[in-house]
Design a binder for this molecule. Sequence first.
Ligand code: ADP
Length: 550
Amino acid sequence: MKESGGTKNMSNSEQGPSAIGKAGILIVDDQEGNLRVLEGLLEDLGVDIVTARSGEQALSALLEREFAMILLDVRMPVMDGFETAEMIRKRRRSRHIPIIFVTAVDDDVEHMTKGYSVGAVDYIMKPLNGDILRSKVKVFVELFQKGRDLANKTAELTEKNLALEKEIRKRERVERILAKSRDFYLALFDEFPTLIWRSDEDGRVTYFNRSWLTFVGRTLEQEKQAGWDHGIHPEERDACVAKYRAAFLAREPFETEYRMRRKDGEYRWMLNHGRPYRNLDGSFAGFIGACYDITPRKKSEEETRSANAELEAFSYTVSHDLRAPLRSMSGFCQILIEDFGTKSPDRGWRDYVERISQAAKQMDSLIRDLLAFSRLARDKVELMPIDLEPLLKEVITDMRLDGNPARVISPGAAVMGNRVLLSQVFSNLISNALKFMAPGTAPEVRVRAEPGPEGCVRTWVEDNGIGISAEYHEKIFQVFERLNDASAYPGTGIGLAIVRRAVGRMGGRVGVESEEGKGSRFWVDLPKASVPLQPLSTEGSDAPESNRLA
Ligand code: ADP
């Protein structure tokens, strides 16, 4: 039992309205004995019982905590039960607590009526019947607990509601910001000179910016109706639509070039870049694209193409026309030496003739190399997987060398390359390696391959020749850069420029490691082949355009 005024009893009220803990019952009686009896009868209800010995004590107990109900003795000195009940009803906090008056059987009806008028909900007669008392009290305790649960639920719901309202307000704010920025970007898109379009997640183009609509001379509705592919040149339309569909299904960016009809009827070349875009939550939203008018570029490409064709024809003529007289010069020099060499005792003229012949041959090599170099920039290069080892062996065999000065010592892996260019590259490097030897040194050239950087195959061409000092390691790859006396080491100075250009066309790189007098190690990096190799025989007939040793 807890008595009013004891701080220990008040713990629930200190935690605020009784959201937790047992329900409390206040028993008010001036007789200690009565209190004990009541308490004894109610103790197994599992409620918190607080007792008060007077009306004052009861009122102060009511200030301390919440109660499910009050059992109030009618007859008490100083402040009787009715007065106490009246005071209880006057207070806002305790106004609704049910009060059961405990009264003697002989109390008259007038008394009872008074009790009801001051707020009693029931009467219990002494001597007390435990079962009746317990069931009445139980009803009020249950009512109180239900009320309390309801209040808790209401508080919980109110809290959730507040959180929800806050979330809604937040979303509305975000939506307003989004709408504002969407309007901003749409306005911005309209200002762009580029033609911009956007499709939804089903692939339907639903937006064209002002530049697009101005270009085609239609309204947004008309253009949506007509379809984005409407103005594409019939020759490119099917391919274009197929490309868009494939990219759309794969959700991958695409790029396509086609002619598109302008409102004045002229077809303009367009470059259309499309890429997928996503919603804020990452889900696929459709495609967005931009079209650029590339007609000027296309025109200049066409001009370059026809200029190149003219140049090609010119180069052919030049090479043919220039090389023909050079060949006859060499031929006649040879005849002169053969026919008159034995007849004339004077050796001087023969020396001149040999020099003329030599100069003619040198010029022939120069023209041939220059043509090869310029063709390398223009010709289309097709790449395929090529096994390096047989190719390198073939190059060395074709060089018809005496002895065994050049060897492939470690098998080359497969690279992505072009057979003609690869032959050109390695025959240049190997012939240089054999050529740039100090007098009296027997050449030893080794060709070996190993894994290179960034998924490449690195092929080394190593020699025991005169070497190259570091300051020339880059220079020697430029056209006409030669480091040595032409009489000791003949050449045109174009070979390494051809090598660098050819390797570049195959997506590779070339360089050298060397020191003067210590031999040279040229390296060539080429992308490693990841697909099955082509058999060697299928391309065997392709002879290099410029094989400097042929
Ligand atoms: P060319 O061989 O016709 O002179 P290249 O372009 O092939 O022209 O080579 C340019 C220059 O680089 C050569 O003249 C030579 O001085 C130097 N060079 C090239 N390869 C080697 C080598 N293996 N050893 C030493 N020097 C070399």
